[in-house]
Write a protein that binds this ligand. Sequence first.
Ligand code: SF4
Length: 399
Amino acid sequence: MIMICPGCSCLCDDIYIKDGKVFNACRRGEEIFAKYNENRAVARVDGKEVDVDTAIEKAIEILKDAKNPAIYGLDTTVVEAQSLAIEVAEKLNGYIDDNSSFCLGELVEAVLKGEIPTTTLDEVRDNAYVLVYWGTNPYHSLSRHMSKYTYYPRGKRRPRGYDEDRYLVVVDVRKSETAKLAKKNAKFIQVESDAELVDSFMKVVDGKAAKYAKEAGAIITEMKKADFNVIFGGLGLKYGLKDLNMFKEMVKKLNEVAKVYFIPAGFHGNMRGFNETLFEKVGYVNKYSFRDGKSGEEFAFTELLKNEKIDAALIVGTDPVYSLPFDVSSKLGKVKTIVIDPRMSFTARIADVVIPSAISGIEAGGTMVRSDGVRVMLEPLEEKEVNDVYILQRIKEGL
Ligand code: SF4
């Protein structure tokens, strides 16, 4: 059976499962398929095991009573569930946010607004010459990105692949594993300041002196050799720049002398799906308040928690107790917490209500959106009735 792996935003569509063995997946993907039955969540209310219906009813009661509820997570579930969660947040007049508010949401938003030219990974495989990985280490975070879509494969107009038809650039603050691959037809730029490199690219286009003029000049010369180049931007880029407008300006400037596209790189399987679904509905990609009718830093889930602005949290498919700093996640103890998750996560262990769900992509089908915006339809290995769509639909109807 050929499957799509929901493990990261590559959404690899060539996972092959035969006699219980998983083929083509990276180590993370293989674990997802091989160990999906481990550490499963059980329905709970106030620490006591209950049936799923009781847990759902209790969740509805909590949300109905809440004055300031927030919904958070959703990056590992399908678009159909994300859509329902947004409708629930609207019905509650509450807040909704996902991990992208401290991940790459801002870059996805720039792409959705058409502020940066973008393309698809399939086009990259067939056409791209210069590949810039900026502030991301796909060797770890997107293990098959380079082998399936970018550097290694032979494409229609790049038949010799990385041997001669690609030019790899890695920009990072340290020599990452990906940077170590930058040998032949390649350049590694170790930056102290991403802003200075951005500035250097812009100045070189204008023929001016700059700190990284030599490096930027060499890359622009390579970019001019082809009509298709791409920059992949990761978390290091986001946190290395105080102002992403600079980066957008740089991409525009590069396009005065060469053809350069941008694709955000490195996030959860369906983060972009959440960003697109919310954007279509309200014009923002994350940290949205239905009460205020706008998005803002103050509506990021971490800020709401830190500033004790919420009294109930519905957390779907993410584990803030594990992933957020302790001084933030510990505030969950002060609010009524409902967790919808296939796993008995750390957050599920402290939640008032736990609703066990199916694993999206393995036990439930639906739509996910790849990092480049391509929509894919996931077919489950086995279908479970109690999945995120079912649970969120019940909650929506019960409010
Ligand atoms: S690269 Fe991502 S989508 Fe592909 S197999 Fe690995 S975890 Fe799954």
